[in-house]
Every structure is written in C-alpha cells, then in structure tokens.
Design a protein around this ligand. Structure first.
Ligand SMILES: N[C@@H](CCC[C@H](N)C(=O)O)C(=O)O
Length: 305
C-alpha cells in the first residue's frame, strides 16, 4: 500500500508533434509543474518502452521583457541543448493550439538568443533562426582560423567539413549522394570527435543545383533523424559560403522539404516548413525519485498540418 502510494506522482499533460518526421514530446510548463531528470527524459524518449521522440520541447514563461515564451530543448539522451529548428515550428503551432497566445508573430527566448516564429494562414511556420556564427566557440578549431572548409582526422582518414553554429554546433560535409553517404558510421564518430568538445550535429549535404539540395543529419544526442531544421540552415549557410548554393534553397530531407533563405554574412537565416500535431496524452510521473514506474494514456486526434 505504502509502496503504491509512493509511485503515484502527478499527471503530466503533453502533445506529440513532428516537423517532417523529426518528432517531439511538447510540454506546457506554464500551466502545470514540470521537472524531469535526464534519466526520465531518456526513458520517455525510448521508442519501445516510452513515448518515443527525438527531442522534448518545454514551453516556459519568458525570462526577458520583450519575449513571449522561453523555449527549452532536451535531446533524446537527456541533454539540454540550445536550438531546434523543427521544434521551433512545432512550438509556434503548440502555443497557438493550446491558446497560450493568439499572436501571429511570437518571440521566443532560447539558450542562445531570441528567435521569431511566424504562423502562416496555410499552417506553414516561418522561423527567423538568427544570424549564424561562422567561427563558433563551440567548435574551437573554427575559431582558430576562419575559413569555409576544415579538415578533421577520423581513424586516419581526412574528412573535410564546414563548421557553422545556429546556436547549436553543426559540421557539414558535401557528398555526392546522400543515399550512399556513411551517415550511420561517420556521423557518430564526428558527433563525438575530440575536435568538437561540445559534440556536434553532422550534416551530409548533396547539391542538386544552386537552389536544390538533399540532406541527411546525424544529430547530436538523438542519432539520425528524418529531418533537422537547424541542420538545414547550417547546410545552406555552408553551401553558400562554399559558392555552391544561391540564397534561397529547397532542402529535401528524408521526412520532407524545407525552404531556407540566407542573404549572406551578418544576416539571419529564415526557415519555412510545416508543423504537425499527432496526439495528446498524459502520463503519471513517478511519485518519488527512486521509482521509474510510469503509466500513460494517449488520445489520438485528427492530423492537422
Ligand atoms: N532536430 C533539431 C535539432 C535538435 C538539437 C540537436 N540535436 C543538438 O543537439 O544541437 C532541429 O530541427 O534543428
């Protein structure tokens, strides 16, 4: 009896969403208390034993005067990170669906600055992802000497990549064909390469023509995902700097397409794409820190995209 009482914690409401198949558990931490340890996030992210997601997105009250919300992001491995582009579009959709705001332009505070989200009539969301950093401190070798391509040694093999921060660190490799690119083998090695002390998201970019590209991303803390919004922004910045892409590019990811625009150094990257709500659910959190027991329920609702 005692045991049972201890395992009954509060109910947590959440929404399952995705941006081109990059999937999220989204939690409103304004109208309900929210605190999850990294091990609990890992359990929830598990696709067999939990809810399953690439990232957990948390909506909090703003900590700055001129913004509407604070946006916190946790990877499936439980680590908190600075940026998530597909998540930003879902964030905009979520705060409007949950009637936390009726604004069309929503200013959101992330761990690396303020981003602006704009919800279109067609359900598409446009995000001002901010100005990319081309010599990011999270990628120390890029700060050493600023250039467009760096070389990194992986098991004796020299790999060429661009280093771009969209608030979060990205390495971008140009490949001939994303379908045969070594995403699953080189991706994890580069993600944890000693030259990326904060680890990095690794993008494999295939140029189709100056305004069309294909991309696969091995994400830091999540593995390969069906799409990575900040990765698409970083890839277009890298492609522009290398003189391979124009300023407006349609990027085809495994889960669908994003349109990315970048006018050049010192200007922000704009990203446009869909955000989809899949279902709402609630789960019973463990009542004490020692317990990992959890009960959940899901209520599917109509796909709205
Ligand atoms: N899927 C995201 C990026 C999420 C964070 C990333 N894995 C990191 O660790 O920086 C996106 O759409 O941008």
């Amino acid at each position: 009896m005692n045991q049972q009482r201890r395992s009954q914690g509060p109910l947590l409401r959440f929404t399952k969403m995705h941006g081109l198949g990059n999937d999220f558990m989204v939690v409103d931490a304004i109208s309900q208390p929210f605190r999850l340890r990294p091990d609990m996030i890992r359990d929830l992210a598990n696709r067999n034993f939990g809810i399953g997601f690439d990232q957990l997105l948390v909506v909090e009250p703003p900590g700055l005067p001129d913004v509407d919300f604070r946006y916190r992001i946790f990877n499936a491995d439980g680590t908190e990170v600075e940026q998530c582009g597909n998540g930003a579009r879902c964030f905009a959709r979520f705060v409007r669906d949950q009637r936390l705001t009726n604004k069309k332009v929503i200013r959101v505070q992330t761990a690396k600055g303020v981003i602006e989200l704009r919800v279109g009539r067609d359900g598409m969301v446009m995000v001002n992802m901010g100005v990319p950093e081309l010599n990011p401190p999270a990628i120390p070798f890029a700060a050493d000497r600023r250039k467009d391509v760096y070389t990194v040694d992986v098991d004796g093999q020299t790999v060429e990549l661009s280093a771009v921060s969209m608030g979060n660190p990205h390495g971008v490799l140009v490949v001939d064909d994303v379908d045969t690119a070594p995403v699953g083998t080189l991706g994890p090695k580069l993600e944890r390469h000693p030259r990326f002390p904060a680890r990095a998201n690794i993008g494999f970019l295939q140029i189709l023509d100056r305004s069309h590209a294909r991309l696969r991303v091995f994400e830091r803390g999540a593995g390969e995902t069906l799409a990575c919004g900040s990765g698409a922004c970083a890839a277009v910045v890298a492609g522009c700097l290398r003189g391979l892409l124009d300023h407006r590019v349609e990027v085809e990811l495994r889960g669908g397409k994003l349109v990315i625009e970048w006018q050049g150094e010192g200007t922000p990257v704009m990203m446009e794409g869909p955000a989809t709500s899949v279902f709402e659910g609630q789960l019973r959190l463990p009542g004490d820190s020692g317990s990992r027991r959890r009960k959940g329920s899901g209520r599917p609702h109509k796909q709205r995209s």
